[in-house]
Design a protein around this ligand. Structure first.
Ligand SMILES: [Zn+2]
Length: 431
């Protein structure tokens, strides 16, 4: 290349600054992934900040004393786009996603490292120290992520007869092929015995968005235990804070239809809270954040959606805190916010986000008649007494219509049909 050469010190400084900018872009991006994980559209300021950081990184890489280094510009931009697409796949796959995204999500711990070869070739082909610094930093982060996702310290869980019969049905009897085809690493098949390598508080969670919601398996025994723990924990926090709350959605359905147990395919904890003059959003958010920090649960706040999510995994220290958004699953309690309102002349409790078949309100939210919920009552659930709506059956009927009829909302047609044969015997749903 003809032109003015920058001094070695200036080159080194340039490399360090670009490398730091890449790290900032990466952290900003993984933080942004909290939105798709929680089924929310990404916030505009957060998206703009990430986009700006990415643009700055790429611009700095391609700036040279001679002007713009075009090959470095194209390569760094292409590299960041491809790598970030890979990184985002597990979060996007929280909702049913296309096959390529599901595939990348399935390999979310290693897929970033697939770019190691291309990064090496690009670094050798283009003698741009800033580009080399970005590629090396990105690959070092991917290697560190990969190493931290290794399975360690997990215990084996026994699968009960019902879990096993659902698994065998969905696998059409061939567990080995099923395990391989869907990459179910947790499934341990050894000398005719079937067990489950369980997730824990400090391990990656089972990706049961796929296993439960797509393949139609029962919730894994480890996840079931953690969902129970989280249900008790969140209800205790809310009671301690004096918040009016009640079991919602699938949790309430389990309490009523399954006589106090979780649905077999439960994938989260649903609890709703009522905000009023005594309990503002700020107070609730501060109280739950404090509880989570004290007891080791991850708390995330989505004020615009009226949602607090509390996850079972222990919060990590900065800068690793937001990397959890790269995980393929999580065990989470969704706490939906309700407020008192009047809709069509009737007193209702209103929420912002859609839930089941809850009717729309005059102001564009969704609401349930106040007397169905208040004053709250209690229902036996998971071995304890949980706060619930005053009229549980009326509440469930508003959400699900005939709630005694089993429906598999997210399960693909084939697996849904297969498990319907197991779950229904006559009119009585069995667990
Ligand atoms: Zn698990």
């Amino acid at each position: 290349m003809i032109g003015i050469e920058a001094s070695p010190t200036a080159q080194l400084m340039g490399a360090l600054i670009t490398s730091a900018l890449y790290v900032a872009t990466y952290l900003s991006f993984v933080r942004l992934l909290r939105f798709p994980r929680n089924w929310c559209p990404p916030s505009v300021p957060a998206s703009l900040a990430t986009g700006l950081l990415a643009a700055l990184t790429v611009t700095l890489v391609s700036l040279s004393p001679d002007g713009i280094d075009r090959p470095a510009l194209v390569l760094s931009a292409g590299f960041v786009v491809v790598l970030f697409f890979i990184i985002a796949a597990p979060a996007i796959a929280f909702q049913p996603a296309s096959r390529p995204i599901e595939f990348l999500a399935k390999h979310g711990d290693t897929a970033g490292l697939w770019l190691l070869g291309p990064a090496l070739l690009a670094g050798l082909a283009i003698p741009n120290i800033k580009l080399q610094a970005v590629l090396a930093t990105a690959m070092a982060i991917e290697l560190s992520w990969f190493l931290r996702q290794r399975w360690a310290g997990q215990r084996l869980y026994h699968l009960n007869d019902h879990d096993l019969s659902v698994l065998e049905t969905q696998a059409k009897g061939d567990l080995v092929a099923f395990r391989r085809h869907h990459g179910i690493r947790e499934l341990v098949l050894s000398k005719g015995a079937v067990s489950w390598r369980g997730c824990g508080k400090r391990t990656p969670p089972c990706p049961f968005n796929l296993y439960v919601n797509r393949l139609g398996l029962n919730t894994a025994p480890c996840c079931r235990a953690h969902i129970e723990d989280l249900s008790h924990y969140v209800a205790a926090c809310l009671s301690e804070m004096g918040v009016v709350h009640w079991l919602e959605g699938g949790s309430l359905l389990g309490a009523v239809r399954e006589r106090g147990a979780l649905l077999d395919w439960e994938d989260d904890v649903d609890i709703s809270v009522l905000l009023d003059d005594d309990m503002s959003w700020e107070r609730l958010a501060a109280g739950l954040t404090e509880c989570g920090a004290r007891d080791g649960y991850y708390v995330d706040l989505f004020e615009n959606k009226g949602l607090v999510s509390i996850s079972f995994d222990a919060p990590k220290r900065w800068p690793f805190r937001w990397e959890r958004n790269r995980l393929r699953g999580e065990i989470r309690a969704d706490i939906a916010i309700y407020r008192q309102a009047i809709s069509h002349g009737e007193a209702v409790l209103e929420r912002r986000s859609h839930k089941g078949a809850m009717p729309a309100t005059e102001s564009g939210g969704y609401g349930v008649p106040r007397e169905i919920v208040l004053p709250t009552s209690t229902v036996p659930f998971l071995g304890g007494d949980f706060s619930c709506p005053n009229e549980t059956e009326a509440y469930l009927a508003m959400l699900y219509g005939d709630f005694n009829k089993i429906e598999y909302t997210y399960v693909d047609a084939g697996p849904a049909k297969a498990r319907a044969r197991i779950d229904t015997t006559g009119d009585t749903p069995v667990r």
